[in-house]
Ligand binder design. Structure first.
Ligand code: PGA
Length: 252
């Protein structure tokens, strides 16, 4: 059965002391919960991964990275490799976030390479994609999402999909306070599951967790997470506050 996931993407927020404090607060609050089928992930910036790993050690809270470079090693000043992440104890990496695509020029082709490098290093990938507002207005959103998934992931063997989590994040809803309606999210998630089933098998499609991201907060999470094909959320702003984040974990 696929897992429910609440993943907090801290982006370029929180220095080391603030990261440890937030991680400690999340750990303390999550301890009380019977998580059963729910995974809780926090994603600090690279320089704070070690400290947050230490703060969450022995707890149910997992730690992921926000990005990585596709090359094994080499002259790529300022970049981080998959091996550097796994050697720290990181097991999951977010790839393809719209901010990486938009501000750092990450194309579908680069992302396919990153996905391969991550999987070769036994990292699980949270693969993000989503349309911009113009695509939605011109009713091109299904095509855009399909091509992002196809170009980034459909070269993989079916067996690789056990290490893939999908995150649908309509760009117009990220950090804007505007959320896709639960119906819009469900419609897209069902479409995504259908194209994965068509390319692979129904079993692969049924087992992949599909997260929704874009202004999820305690006041709207319950309704969004209750949709059949929504398996949790990738959370930005609301993940920076422990009470809000834990409220989201409790929203299933
Ligand atoms: P948001 O960000 O929750 O602040 O909209 C979501 C994301 O970028 O993953």
């Amino acid at each position: 059965m696929r897992k429910q996931i609440v993943a907090g993407n801290w982006k370029m927020n929180k220095n080391v002391q603030e990261s440890i404090k937030l991680a400690n607060e999340v750990v303390a609050n999550v301890k009380e919960l019977a998580l059963n089928n729910t995974r809780v992930i926090v994603t600090p910036t690279f320089v704070n991964l070690s400290s947050v790993l230490k703060a969450t050690e022995g707890s149910a809270v997992e730690v992921a990275a926000q990005n990585m470079h596709q090359a094994k090693s080499g002259a790529f000043t300022g970049e981080i490799s998959a091996d550097m992440l796994t050697s720290l104890g990181i097991k999951t990496v977010i790839l393809g976030h719209s901010e990486r695509r938009e501000y750092f020029g990450e194309t579908d082709a680069i992302l396919a390479e990153k996905v391969n490098a991550a999987l070769e290093n036994k990292l699980e990938v949270i693969f993000c994609f989503g349309e911009v507002l113009e695509d939605r207005k011109s009713e091109n959103h299904f095509n855009v999402v399909e091509s992002q998934i196809k170009n980034g992931l459909f070269h993989l063997e079916a067996s690789a999909w056990k290490n893939i989590v999908l995150a649908y994040e309509p760009v117009w809803a990220i950090g804007t306070g505007e959320t896709a309606s639960p119906e819009q999210a469900q419609e897209m998630h069902a479409f995504i599951r259908k194209i994965v089933a068509n390319k692979y098998t129904k079993e692969v499609a049924e087992n992949v967790s599909i997260l929704y991201g874009g202004s999820v907060k305690p006041s709207n999470a319950k309704e969004i997470f209750s949709k059949e094909d929504v398996d949790g959320g990738l959370i930005g702003g609301a993940a920076l506050n422990a009470n809000d984040f834990v409220a989201l974990v409790k929203s299933f």
